[in-house]
Design a protein around this ligand. Structure first.
Ligand SMILES: Cc1cc2nc3c(=O)[nH]c(=O)nc-3n(C[C@H](O)[C@H](O)[C@H](O)COP(=O)(O)OP(=O)(O)OC[C@H]3O[C@@H](n4cnc5c(N)ncnc54)[C@H](O)[C@@H]3O)c2cc1C
Length: 393
């Protein structure tokens, strides 16, 4: 890296992965880069807390938002715009409403698209929790809930069938959490008897992302709370008041979905995906064919698809790039770990930690009050620090 050399760095997507890149770059490179951050939304939201919509009034969502112009601050320029294509040959990001943006290095963290259209009849209007507007609507609908059956449904995960591990769902645990929180809210108001709470998942087991100990603990809690789970679900279509599965239909007064995960249209459109919508990377997050592009978080062809993974991948990618431009040896590559922190609504949370992308027998599991405090504290710290978590300085 020559003296006085300034790199044009573009960060695309500014939630867990993107904001972690911004903060890490600011720390390691200061003003030695010209930083531009692009996101189609003006605010980032602390997604893991959106499940709280099942037990709180709609306004609570406001407390989870981070204004992105403030988060980027003096470190760079924030552009509220949508990327429509990436031209890796010419190192340009094409935006919906501005001139193409040139880069020397691109940190790409636009996540997975919510693939509602994968299931016939499914749309954001069906019900969901993965964005702040959906959580607000879900919370508003709770106020008029009079009873019946509610389904919490995990969409399927579509990826290269040769990849291992190959989970059936990429994001199932938040639905267990949402079911627990709704159950608790109904009990608090003495209305639980009129409601059947059902979690529906394409996974073959309850708590696919967990190891055997975590699954057993989760199953105990579900039994105690009278929450039923339908595993191995194969979705055919969504109809008004019905979810049609390959082996029958489930009637429901209401559904809350985490939509299917089928990669990124931006990656597909730009010819930068692995054929399944996910971006192929090295262990440091570098694109396998384009060394000036790093992909981190849900977008990358890696597991698990969690906020924790996005943040730690961001750190590994920035460290790799900084050491490369400084002519230093590369840092250790990113290693997956599965961290699940699931609020059970009774003042406690189930914490499972395992080395590896999905839980295994070496997993540590606790169900404790302090775990619920940790969860609340993380949300508070994340928002207050504009996405700068203590473990990603
Ligand atoms: C309800 C729910 C609860 C969850 N709970 C947990 C949890 O408890 N713990 C955990 O670890 N993980 C949890 N997850 C998973 C976690 O939220 C994701 O893994 C994480 O958000 C991935 O971060 P990311 O930065 O890769 O992508 P995202 O968070 O998806 O961020 C992508 C950003 O890119 C922007 N963007 C997308 N496309 C474009 C474009 N074309 N142009 C410009 N900007 C664009 C988006 O606006 C967004 O800001 C949960 C997920 C959901 C849905």
């Amino acid at each position: 890296m020559g003296r006085g050399e300034r790199f044009r760095v573009v960060v695309l997507g500014a939630r867990f992965g993107g904001l972690a890149v911004v903060h890490r770059l600011r720390r390691l490179m200061g003003d030695r880069v010209t930083l531009t951050v692009v996101d189609q939304r003006a605010t980032a939201v602390f997604r893991p807390a959106l499940v709280e919509a099942m037990a709180r009034p709609p306004v609570f969502v406001r407390s989870l938002r981070i204004p992105l112009d403030r988060a980027v601050g003096r470190a760079g320029t924030f552009l509220n715009d949508r990327a429509v294509a990436i031209d890796a040959h010419r190192r340009l990001v094409h935006l919906a409403s501005r001139r193409p943006l040139p880069y020397d290095v691109l940190f790409w963290a636009t996540g997975a698209d919510a693939a509602w259209s994968v299931v016939e009849g499914l749309s954001p209007a069906t019900g969901g929790l993965c964005e702040d507007f959906l959580a607000r609507h879900a919370a508003a609908a709770n106020a008029t809930w009079t009873g019946g059956r509610i389904l919490f449904v995990a969409g399927p995960y579509r990826a290269d069938p040769r990849a291992t591990p190959q989970p059936a769902s990429a994001c199932e645990c938040p639905l267990y959490e949402a079911a627990f929180l709704f159950d608790q809210a109904l009990r608090r108001h003495g209305r639980r008897d009129h409601t059947e709470v059902v979690v529906v998942s394409p996974a073959g087991v309850v708590g696919e992302a967990l190891g055997p100990r975590g699954r057993a603990r989760l199953q105990d809690l579900l039994d105690t709370r009278r929450i039923r789970v339908v595993t191995g679900a194969r979705y055919v279509r969504v109809e008004p008041g019905r979810l049609v599965l390959a082996d029958g239909a489930l009637k429901a007064e209401r559904m809350i979905w985490i939509p299917p995960y089928a990669g990124s249209d931006l990656a597909r459109r730009s010819g930068l995906d692995d054929g399944y919508g996910w971006v192929p990377t090295t262990g440091h997050g570098r694109h396998r064919d384009w060394p000036d592009i790093y992909a981190v978080g849900d977008l990358a062809a890696r597991l698990p698809k969690t906020a924790h993974a996005a943040v730690t991948q961001a750190r590994a990618a920035v460290d790799h790039w900084v050491r490369t431009v400084r002519g230093q040896s590369p840092p250790a590559p990113w290693h997956p770990a599965s961290v699940t922190l699931l609020d059970t609504g009774d003042g406690r949370a189930l914490l499972a930690y395992g080395p590896g992308p999905v839980g295994d027998a070496r997993e540590h599991v606790v169900h404790a009050r302090w775990a619920a405090w940790v969860k609340d504290l993380l949300a508070w710290l994340y928002v207050r620090s504009d996405g700068r978590l203590p473990f990603t300085p």
